[in-house]
Design a protein around this ligand. Sequence first.
Ligand code: FE2
Ligand code: FE2
Length: 320
Amino acid sequence: MNTKVAESNQDEKRAQFQARIERGEKIEADDWMPDDYRNQLIKLIAMHAVSEIMGALPEKEWVPKAPTLRRKLAIMAKVQDEVGHGQLLLRVVEDLLAPLGKTREDLFEDLFTGRLKFHNVFHMKAPTWADAGVIGWLVDGAAIITQTMSLDSSYAPYARALYRICAEEKFHAQHGESIVLELAEGTPAQRQLLQDAVNRWWPALLMFFGPPDDGTISSNQQLNMQYKIRTQTNEELRQAFFDKYVPRIFHLGLTLPDKTIRYDEAEGKWHYQQPDWEEFKQIVRGNGPRSAQRLQLRKVSYEEAKWVRDALLAKQCVAG
Ligand SMILES: [Fe+2]
Ligand SMILES: [Fe+2]
């Protein structure tokens, strides 16, 4: 087959694929898909998977220090859920990587060498029990908003995994809310602890959704929208987060470190102070307050668990 014929076949296949997406059909792992669709999915789901695993670490720090046995059991269960989410998503990525000859070991190698990024919020410190509450209430709350959008993703295996994940994330948000409410109704010192944690997490929560669109959305976002991998922009998701959580934060008598934040009725949107997007880039590049320690912890536990993976993958002895 000459090159021109091969190219026009490829164009036809791409057009048919895009038509499937437009009709709202769902794509399965063994369906034909264009390389850029596969690559966008790998980028998105691999980042999501390792963020779930790295996301377990800030709260893991609070398992031995949780104030009561009931709180300890709850936060331990949450940490376990997050690692489980990572495992589910890694299975989804593995199927996408297989035709490229890559494995989940390559993903972890990429994570350790900094090629694969994880979510900005999990590079941050969690110095008090109130941080554990705010992570559950607002970080999991932000994750629910993003993941709910992806329930309708054109890639069916990702959407199916998210149905299970979202159901558990709702428990996490309620667990966080329960810690936050207890502190909000507590002593002045407990309220101060909570206020400090909200102040500490606010810029990271704004960054969670990624930079604003400024009228021109990035080529990554554009491709993801074209392929219906995602259906809302970073800014739309951030606005939905404000709609849900800003009134609740104020209702608890807490303040925000942004004195300019306000909802404009006429425009139907929130105005707010932008976080430092340069700092965001530094954080996701692995220069956040806890990036190095958390990656090191993950690396050590990956190496220490090698014998378990080897044992699971060893060829079974066949009785002669
Ligand atoms: Fe999760
Ligand atoms: Fe969660």
